[in-house]
Design a protein around this ligand. Structure first.
Ligand SMILES: [Zn+2]
Length: 339
């Protein structure tokens, strides 16, 4: 397989030695939307040893414009993104050990996922998960690369525990909130640009070329022709609860995790069962086929319509209720049909 990575090995800062380092690394990609599919494809093609990609959602038609690992069949079948991504990534490079996990990432999952991971790629679409990643990265001393985009705007920053400020340090100074909803739309070059910044930093980390790391928070608006780099070194706080002298990792506090959440920017409520269960999807689909519309079942989920709502139930009992932002309404719907 010497040809496969030859162009990457010819690039002097990587070389054969760097390629071998890449092959020994395990990268965790959190989220398999636009940023996650872009990152994962690059990492798998570049020959990372092991890649784990985690996502809680399934492929919809509105994803195909920018989420590069998916096709029309995935949208028709409502295939979970982690499964569809795993399938496509395996076709791209059979040398890589790939794991696709259909799950929501709260603090508990994050601490389990982090084991033996060398680098975390942020490809989430929500702020809560990012703050969990930030804490877990600090606690276990793992670098992570923040990335976000909306419209034609994007930003990225590499967070190295013990060296750079963390996301929590930047919260009050840098406009990183409110960037996560998909209500404003998005164009694919904004995604590709963030992925390019994230993956370049990832390569530097994987080949251990720390001196070349960017050290600046980068932001851009491709439509408005604006590019900005902000030096943020001074923002590292000794009193930071995530990376300071006496960290408490506030986002890993298990009691602070809600089991029911409105998904950002969407008319969707997610409900997680309070303990681990395994749902017999076939049984549920059979029961529902008598009373619900548009029942779709695949090995990972059942989806059905009832009035204005559409409910998607995953094997682990987690449900997405589309058509409402009202938690009480969503809960009563969930327990009426699945309780
Ligand atoms: Zn901090």
């Amino acid at each position: 397989m010497s040809e496969r990575y030859s162009r990457q090995e010819l690039f002097v800062p990587i070389g054969k030695e760097g390629q071998e380092k890449i092959r020994q690394k395990h990268v965790l990609v959190i989220g398999a939307g636009a940023l996650g599919t872009g990152s994962a494809e690059s990492l798998v093609r570049m020959g990372v040893g092991k890649l784990t990609i985690v996502d809680r959602d399934y492929v919809e038609w509105s994803n195909l414009q920018r989420q590069q690992l998916y096709d029309e069949e995935d949208a028709k079948q409502r295939v979970p993104k982690a499964i569809a991504a795993h399938k496509r990534l395996s076709q791209l490079n059979s040398e890589v050990e790939i794991h696709g996990l259909v799950q929501d990432v709260s603090a508990t999952e994050a601490e389990q996922l982090i084991r033996d991971v060398d680098l975390i790629m942020d490809a989430t679409d929500n702020f809560d998960t990012r703050m969990i990643l930030n804490d877990v990265a600090q606690k276990y001393n793992i670098p992570w690369i923040y990335g976000a985009c909306v419209g034609s705007y994007g930003l990225s920053y590499s967070i190295i525990p013990g060296k750079t400020p963390c996301l929590n340090c930047l919260l009050e100074t840098v406009p990183i909130g409110g960037l996560t909803c998909d209500t404003a739309g998005i164009i694919s070059p904004a995604v590709q640009m963030v992925v390019a910044y994230q993956i370049t930093e990832a390569l530097k980390i994987l080949v251990e070329d720390d001196c070349s790391l960017r050290n600046q928070l980068i932001s851009f608006d491709l439509w408005k022709n604006q590019h900005t780099s902000i030096i943020v070194d001074q923002l590292k706080k000794q009193s930071c609860p995530s990376c300071g002298d006496h960290p408490t990792y506030p986002y890993l506090e298990h009691q602070s995790q809600s089991k029911v959440a409105v998904l950002c920017g969407r008319d969707t409520v997610q409900i997680r069962p309070s303990h681990r269960i395994t749902v017999d999807l076939e049984n549920v689909a059979n029961l529902l086929s008598k009373q619900a519309d548009s029942v779709v079942r695949n090995p990972y989920l059942v989806s059905f319509k009832m009035g204005d709502f559409r409910l998607v139930l995953f094997k682990d009992g987690r449900a997405l209720i589309h058509g409402t932002k009202n938690i009480e309404e969503a809960k009563s719907f969930y327990y009426r049909y699945l309780g």
